[in-house]
Design a protein. Structure first.
Length: 321
């Protein structure tokens, strides 16, 4: 399953070890986070006093949940990666091990221009597990910081021409939730309708299918719950952690997280329409069979090898945030 992602901070914060792959959601720790503007007096990454003052001078304002208004004097320069809490939210403090969702807007701090952000059309927020070593420069910053906070982060970088610059991002901590701990679908088995592809599970939970002789591609998408989980209901604006396998109508596997050995994270706003519609309203812990016509799969994606294919997926929803 291919979703739309962005790697803006990874590309422009060179050498920072911050890897953003790019979903805004309402998690358990989300609440009605509103922000009060009060910059931290201590850098949470870099103890250089001048760098701290540089970031504290960045003005961050606007309503939480929308792209912040950011004002600063260019060129903005720091000697190394530096982060401060520019706006403290009033949600629950984040804890190590939580699934964190964050939005961000990225600027060329040297030239002053806005580069990109997760609020751009077609983009989604970033979700990661707090404590992941790939985010080592920000883990200590985020742990204990309330949901709804906005963190200003700057680091030395390079522009597209290889010239030295400063990457400035303002990150909004949108939500934080405890992981479900599920490794496969768990719940009550549901008897599927007659005539659908038959799903068989391996010992580890990985699915295989048998397509009935003469099975014809449906005109409308088929959504069949196979296991009904008892977790929270998934909404269309959330991201999910899922194990899945996808087949073409002739039974050929074209994608499988099971084969890769680990589940995948997807923003339901950034995947094919069949996933967004078919998985919204399902519950965490559920396993869902989807038979998706081309129009709700890759039918509109010119040149995609699956453009004209009806696709079959079996999806285990392991978490939502």
């Amino acid at each position: 399953m291919k979703n739309r992602t962005m790697r803006g901070l990874a590309a422009l914060a060179v050498g920072s070890a911050l890897v953003l792959s790019g979903c805004s959601s309402d998690g358990d720790a989300d609440g009605d986070a509103t922000a009060t503007e009060s910059a931290s007096t201590d850098s949470l990454v870099n103890a250089n006093e001048d760098d701290v003052k540089t970031l504290e001078a960045v003005e961050v304002s606007g309503d939480v949940g929308s792209e912040p208004e950011v004002a600063f004097d260019a060129p903005l320069e720091v000697s190394g990666p530096t982060a401060v809490v520019s706006v403290e939210g009033d949600g629950e403090p984040l804890e190590e091990g939580m699934r964190v969702t964050m939005d961000y807007v990225l600027y060329d701090g040297t030239g002053g221009e806005r580069v990109q952000g997760t609020w751009d059309e077609g983009q989604t927020a970033e979700t990661f597990t707090l404590g992941d070593p790939a985010y080592e420069l920000l883990n200590d910053t985020f742990i204990g910081t309330p949901v709804g906070s906005r963190v200003s982060f700057a680091n030395q970088s390079q522009d597209a021409d290889g010239n030295a610059t400063t990457a400035l991002s303002v990150i909004e901590l949108s939500s934080g939730t405890e992981p479900s701990g599920l490794e496969r679908a768990e719940g009550e088995a549901v008897t599927p309708e007659d005539g659908l592809p038959t799903v068989t599970l391996g010992d580890d939970g990985s699915p295989s299918i048998e397509i009935p002789d003469g099975y014809e591609a449906p005109d409308e998408m088929v959504v069949q719950t196979l296991i009904k989980g008892d977790g929270p209901e998934v909404s269309a604006d959330q991201s999910i952690t899922a194990h899945y396998t996808g087949w073409t109508l002739d039974g050929e596997t074209f994608d499988s997280s099971w084969e890769r050995g680990e589940p995948a994270d997807f923003a339901l706003t950034g995947v094919i329409e069949g996933w967004t519609e078919g998985l919204s309203g399902q519950t965490v812990g559920s396993q869902v069979l989807l038979v998706i016509p081309p129009a709700q799969a890759y039918g509109a994606v010119d040149g995609n090898e699956l453009q004209d294919e009806t696709l079959i997926f079996v999806v285990d929803i392991l978490d939502a945030y």
